[in-house]
Write a protein that binds this ligand. Structure first.
Ligand SMILES: [Zn+2]
Length: 143
């Protein structure tokens, strides 16, 4: 497997106003207005995965698809962190340590998380920072 085709990614999503959505089997939740950071990973096809999120896939496959399908949701940024190792929990942890971080839906996007993250989706009222590529020594191949 090519290292550059696997890795983690972070999405920054903005909700202009509060919305409600059913997130698969997790149930129905209210999402306050503000910013959301989602940390995911792709064991292969990282480029394809981020491209899919960016063009707004019409089929629902992951929890994040339910959120992105809301008319109120806007994808603000999509940052890939190519690496051979799974690092999305590391990125998720650094996002959740920021001031104002809140977990709106326990278990969101973390069904196969082994690091004990409460969820891989975090809400902020103010725009948060995404993990910097430099700090995590990430090589960017496509940007
Ligand atoms: Zn995790």
């Amino acid at each position: 497997m090519k290292a550059r085709d696997s890795g983690a990614y972070c999405l920054l999503i903005r909700l202009d106003r509060a919305a409600e959505a059913t997130i698969g089997r997790l149930g129905r939740f209210r999402f306050p207005a503000g910013y959301y950071v989602y940390c995911g990973s792709a064991a292969r096809g990282l480029g394809a995965r981020t491209a899919r999120h960016q063009r707004g896939a019409k089929t629902i496959h992951w929890h994040i698809d339910y959120l992105l399908a809301l008319p109120e949701a806007r994808l603000v940024a999509c940052v890939p962190y190519p690496s051979e190792r799974r690092r999305e929990c590391e990125f998720n942890g650094s996002v959740q340590r920021q001031r104002g971080a809140r977990v709106p839906v326990p278990g969101f996007g973390s069904s196969d998380c082994r690091a004990g993250c409460p969820a891989h989706l975090t809400h902020f009222r103010q725009r948060p920072r995404l993990p910097s590529r430099k700090r995590y020594n990430v090589q960017v191949v496509n940007s």
